[in-house]
Design a protein around this ligand. Structure first.
Ligand SMILES: Cc1cc2nc3c(=O)[nH]c(=O)nc-3n(C[C@H](O)[C@H](O)[C@H](O)COP(=O)(O)OP(=O)(O)OC[C@H]3O[C@@H](n4cnc5c(N)ncnc54)[C@H](O)[C@@H]3O)c2cc1C
Length: 305
């Protein structure tokens, strides 16, 4: 279909401002890397997301789903078809007793602060993870001994057939940086957490402590996608990289962080190609030193992947 016709159709579903064409993905990823998406769509509601999905599926237009883009490496050639970004436009948070319900686009930081303001404890671990609650559920994101699986009570998802499903925690399984939501290709629309009543001052102190620990250890001053590699069983990725003599190694503007070797950082104008060259080099070097296969945690999307 000619792009103009398609855009007209899509603006029947979304507001005009929510339909972007040839939008650079580097503007939507924490790595600040990624070429143009043919279409970038920014829905506001479950109804809009369902309508978009059904329309694009019928029109046979490929769909890529993203949240806050904080765990993504996007190709320099961009993404063909439509990218649906579930983020700030769809981010309401509500509290009912010890339950907190958030739209999938709410940022973990906002959810964690909202819980704290309402004297709910159990979500402090997530305060410094820069993703949405939808992306975090998909990834089973975690930090400092906490992870999403410990607090999720229920989720509303869109399945591949375009139907809404309400799943309780008993319907879901989680593992290190993965979930049944991910395995089944479900799109997370709403997440209900079960937290506990706590003391506001203690919750605020825990958040301040975790923030300070993160700031001390992680290269938050440079663009990245967080830990580049999953933790190999029995090892720490950062330590393996450091002990392989790779601290500060760079290809183009992609470098192993001097502050934390588990992070590949963008020193300015890194391309996806620079990052991939560096990742391949790290994997090969670590394997040569320790015979450990390093799997990427960062998800690679777009043309050529
Ligand atoms: C500085 C920094 C620190 C980080 N620290 C941590 C950490 O401590 N712990 C940790 O676990 N991660 C960490 N991360 C990685 C990242 O923040 C998490 O993986 C986060 O959960 C990704 O959420 P997102 O919304 O940004 O998802 P995206 O990066 O946009 O997408 C990640 C994956 O989730 C899918 N996805 C996104 N939204 C949805 C949805 N609504 N439904 C279904 N699928 C969806 C996408 O298709 C993609 O496959 C860090 C990243 C950075 C940059």
């Amino acid at each position: 279909m000619v792009k103009n016709n398609l855009v007209t159709k899509l603006t029947d579903i979304l507001s005009v401002k929510a339909v972007l064409t040839d939008e650079m993905m580097k503007n939507h990823t924490s790595f600040q890397i990624g070429g143009p998406a043919d279409l970038l769509l920014l829905p506001h509601s479950i109804d809009e997301i369902v309508a978009l999905y059904r329309y694009l599926k019928t029109a046979a237009i490929p769909i890529t789903w993203i949240g806050n883009g904080s765990n993504l490496l996007v190709s320099d050639d961009g993404i063909r078809g439509a990218v649906i970004k579930i983020a700030e436009n769809f981010s309401d948070i509500k509290i009912d007793g010890e339950y907190l319900t958030a739209a999938a686009g709410a940022l973990l930081r906002q959810v964690s602060e909202f819980a704290a303001e309402n004297c709910l404890t159990g979500f402090e671990f997530a305060c410094g993870i820069p993703g949405t609650i939808g992306g975090a559920t998909f990834m089973n994101a975690g930090a400092y001994d906490g992870e999403m699986s410990q607090v999720i009570e229920a989720v509303t998802v869109l399945n591949k057939a375009g139907q809404l499903l309400h799943l309780t925690k008993d319907d879901l399984t989680f593992r290190y940086r993965g979930s049944s939501v991910q395995d089944q290709g479900h799109i997370v629309l709403q997440v209900k957490l079960k937290l506990k009543k706590g003391k506001k001052t203690a919750i605020a102190a825990a958040i301040a402590d975790l923030t300070a620990r993160r700031e001390a250890k992680q290269p938050l001053e440079l663009p990245s996608a967080g830990s580049t590699f999953k933790r190999p069983s029995g090892y720490y990725a950062g330590k393996l990289i450091q002990d392989s003599g790779l601290r500060g190694v760079r290809f183009g503007d992609a470098a192993v962080s001097e502050k934390h070797c588990g992070f590949v950082v963008n020193l300015g104008k890194a391309t996806c190609r620079d990052v991939m060259t560096l990742i391949d080099f790290i994997q090969k070097t670590v394997f040569d030193h320790f015979a450990v296969n390093m799997q990427t945690e960062v998800r690679k999307i777009g043309q050529g992947f």
